[in-house]
Design a protein around this ligand. Structure first.
Ligand code: ISL
Ligand code: CA
Length: 545
């Protein structure tokens, strides 16, 4: 294992707690369930878990509407369950990253209950309250990401409040210093408990325009688009003042980082590359002051072609600030699953890409067994986004279905009735069954993750593009201990690898097909949907002293 800090060399695994493992038969995953699966996660070979919200919540947005930042929702367990999970994860060298949702609370949070109670309440200014226009319509044209106006009128005090998401998720006023201090104390609460970092929900949303100017109308909106696309979120996201808050959050994380246990600040940011880079923060004495890992979602929306991917990697690498560490994501609880986007065969190529590019990878639960989006019948839809904007393909239930563990009832996820239906393939596509298959996608993930540990160049080595064809994308990772070449075939037909790409005495370390090991005969032809990791045999690799 490389001796770099864990959040650079390690692999993050995202757990959506509702869907991971139920321990008490209520059909909903919980913290005790995650604890029971720690050995499975250690065996998979990941280094850190990011757990989506488990805090007390009315669940209007399945936990992203928080009513108490310092507790655990009874559905998910207790604080004692969390402490047990954390201690036992740490005992296995697994880090725990928790979700921080500072942009908005639940409308049931005591802060909002107070805030809406009267215009004179001391918490009034903790949220964004505005008068309507003289004709009674909302203060401006800002739209909710989940459909409809972002302003809801509150009869009690005769004003509108702003919510970037559901009306049950009022946005906090981050210009108010008391809000900042309260949220930084929430961070300290979890850091003191021992968490290893935060994934900060929509960090780029925290500050809105102080003049509440109308957002520009989006000329490129198309029929069938989500309704929030009607305007460009110029005045509601990525405001310059937000970067100061990102740095303040980083300083809170750093208050706890010097005890030999560095902590990490990850930002959830959907922005084009140049704007994304700002969230690394300013450089002071050569140290970046912002989020260590502003999530890089470029691969999520990418056209799945060798040249397109190569371009993304080059542009992203070139844009990184000095000292900025890259990261890569293929999917999450908001986006279609990778195996559905590119197919099961390419999903292995995608995983090899994710786990061999330079930068911290985040792996979404279930992707290691090739789970696909599950079609949810209309009368079973849970996601409020889908309910608000039906038929536009925005639903997030399909990628949130229960983890498929074994071939027993409900795939071992629950003994009760699962909150969301399982994928139809669960009886064969599950961890227990695929672990026994030496050629399965799960075995591929385990071997790929093990390879990263054996070859630190794969985790922290330099990135060297080497060639891109119509279907072949090849690059090298170069560390002090050696050089490893990655060749990926993005097409379904065989592709010949130019001999110049090969190290001397090439040895296959891993193929997505799991059937190449040892010395490679030249010339090499990659089969359709095949990726290989190749090194030079040790004697050819020896570096003169
Ligand atoms: O996918 C999106 C952007 O392309 C959005 O719809 C996405 O929901 C948004 O970027 C923010 O996501 C996060 O905040 C939401 C929550 O519903 C999501 O689950 C969360 O990941 C509100 O807290
Ligand atoms: Ca449960």
């Amino acid at each position: 294992m490389s001796d770099e800090v864990w959040w650079k060399s390690g692999v993050i695994y995202q757990v959506y707690p509702r869907s991971f493992q139920d321990s008490n038969g209520d059909g909903i995953g919980d913290l005790e369930g995650i604890r029971r699966r720690l050995d499975d996660l250690a065996r998979l070979g990941v280094d850190a878990l990011w757990i989506s919200p488990f805090y007390p919540s009315p669940m209007a947005d399945f936990g992203y509407d928080i009513a108490d930042y310092c507790g655990v929702d009874p559905t998910f367990g207790t604080l004692a369950d969390f402490d047990a999970l954390l201690a036992q994860a740490h005992a296995r060298d697994l880090r725990i990253i928790v979700d921080l949702v500072p942009n908005h609370t639940s409308d049931r949070h005591p802060w909002f209950v107070e805030s809406r109670s009267s215009r004179a309440n001391p918490k009034r200014d903790w949220y964004l309250w505005r008068d309507g226009k003289p004709d009674g319509t909302p203060p401006n044209n800002w739209l909710s990401n989940f459909g409809g106006p972002a302003w809801t009128f509150d009869d009690a005090t005769g004003q509108y409040y702003y919510h970037a998401f559901l009306a049950q998720q009022p946005d906090l006023n981050w210009r108010n210093p008391a809000v900042r201090e309260a949220m930084y104390d929430v961070m300290r609460f979890w850091l003191r408990r021992g968490v290893d970092g935060f994934r900060v929900d929509v960090i780029y949303h925290l500050i809105k325009d102080d003049l509440f100017r109308d957002n520009p109308v989006n000329a490129e909106v198309r029929a069938g688009d989500r309704s929030s696309r009607e305007v460009i979120p110029l005045y509601t996201t990525d405001r310059p003042e937000v970067l100061e808050i990102v740095e303040q959050m980083r300083r809170v994380v750093d208050e706890f980082g010097d005890s030999g246990r560095p902590r990490v600040l990850i930002g959830e940011i959907y922005l084009p590359i140049p704007r994304l880079m700002a969230y690394y923060g300013r450089s002071e004495h050569g140290v970046l002051q912002g989020a260590q890992l502003p999530f890089n979602f470029q691969l999520i929306g990418a056209r799945w072609e060798a040249r397109a991917i190569d371009r993304i990697v080059r542009d992203y690498e070139a844009a990184l600030p000095a000292g900025g560490w890259p990261n890569w994501v293929l999917g999450n609880h908001d986006k279609p699953r990778i195996a559905s986007r590119v197919g099961l065969e390419q999903a292995r190529v995608a995983a090899m890409l994710l786990l061999t590019l330079r930068g911290t990878p985040t792996l979404y639960y279930g992707d290691e067994i090739g789970m696909r989006d599950v079609t949810i019948p209309n009368d079973e839809v849970q996601d409020p986004f889908e309910k608000n904007e039906p038929g536009k393909g925005v639903g997030r239930d399909p990628e949130r279905t229960p983890m498929q563990w074994d071939a027993t009832a409900h795939a071992g996820f629950t003994t009760g009735h699962p909150w969301l239906r399982l994928g139809e393939d669960w009886a064969s596509r599950n961890v227990a069954t695929l672990a026994d298959d030496p050629h399965s996608i799960l075995t591929f993930h385990r071997r790929m993750l093990a390879l990263r540990r054996r070859y630190p160049a794969l985790a922290t080595g330099a990135y060297e593009p080497s060639m891109t064809g119509d279907h072949l994308f090849a690059y090298a990772r170069v560390g002090i201990a050696g050089r490893v070449v990655v060749m990926l075939n993005f097409g379904a037909d065989p592709v010949d690898v130019p001999p110049t790409l090969m190290p001397r005495n090439p040895v296959a370390l891993l193929s997505t097909h799991l059937d190449r090991d040892g010395a490679l005969a030249l010339p090499l032809t990659l089969r359709g949907n095949e990726g290989v990791v190749v090194a030079g045999a040790p004697e050819a690799n020896t570096v003169a002293a």
